[in-house]
Design a protein around this ligand. Structure first.
Ligand code: SAM
Length: 244
């Protein structure tokens, strides 16, 4: 049926393209892509050729209305270069406008680097907060970290190799001693997950910026130390003095 289909694509290993994603790509009337060379590679892998149209931050405002009107009678697929569209990638306004126009919106879920990193890190996953990319400038970055410092949840951030050490340093500075994991090249040949405190990780990468794509996972702030019996007795005694 016509409408908008949000299709997740592999984050490294082409084997992760789901059969449903593959079927949708093969049937698409048009595929809205970030980079047509990247998506052409994926289409070649599944042996299909479909029309593509660029959809990225610089042309989205201009091309969105045409895509929206095509959804009335055509299968419009949105992909990004890797992973799940809309997650640190364009697309939410396309979904918003498709809904406003009354078109069907369907998701074909699949790989997402943030979720994959959470499954590798060995840190609590019951509550997590996704930060995407932090600002590049030091002051804005420190501000963004300060804003989340008291959140009782695991933090997930996207980062690039050259900025990794500076970002880990800023996180150590703003969040204090916390367990963390640097996950890299997930689903690819050199996949790795290095764990340690923020400070030790910052030091490890200081002189050796790693290659490839990176997700940083930071554990939640430590629990307050458990109260002792003496603390409890003191609190009770103090409370009793305030009773009428
Ligand atoms: N929409 C994508 C998703 O669902 O994960 C994310 C797009 S964002 C523009 C790209 C960032 O995702 C990279 O800079 C890196 O932080 C992370 N990333 C993507 N693929 C990765 C991989 N295979 N291993 C580790 N991180 C990855």
């Amino acid at each position: 049926t016509p409408g908008l289909y949000i299709v997740a694509t592999p984050i490294g290993n082409l084997g992760d393209l789901s059969p449903r994603a593959s079927a949708l790509l093969a049937r698409a009337d048009v595929i809205a892509v970030e980079d047509s060379r990247v998506t052409a590679g994926l289409l070649r892998h599944i042996g299909v050729k479909r029309p593509m149209t660029p959809y990225h931050d610089h042309n989205a405002e201009r091309v969105r209305p045409a895509l929206i009107s095509r959804m009335a009678h055509e299968i419009v697929v949105l992909v990004s270069d890797a992973g799940t569209p809309l997650i640190s990638d364009p697309g939410y306004k396309l979904v918003r406008d498709a809904r406003a126009a009354g078109h069907a919106v369907t998701t074909i879920p699949g790989p997402c680097a943030a979720i994959a990193a959470l499954t590798l890190a060995g840190l609590p996953t019951d509550r997590f907060f996704f930060l995407g990319f932090l600002p590049a400038k030091a002051q804005a970055r420190a501000q963004a970290i300060a804003e989340v410092a008291t959140i009782r949840a695991t933090l997930v951030l996207y980062e690039s190799g050259p900025r990794l050490a500076a970002t880990l340093g800023a996180l150590a500075e703003g969040l204090g001693e916390r367990e963390a994991a640097v996950t890299r090249e997930i689903t690819k040949k050199f996949e790795e997950c290095v764990t340690g405190t923020l400070a030790t990780l910052a030091e490890r990468y200081a002189d050796a910026p790693p290659k490839g794509e990176i997700v940083i996972v930071v554990g939640p702030p430590g629990e307050a130390p458990p109260a002792t019996q003496a603390d409890a007795d003191a609190a009770l005694t103090e409370a009793l003095t305030r009773l009428p």
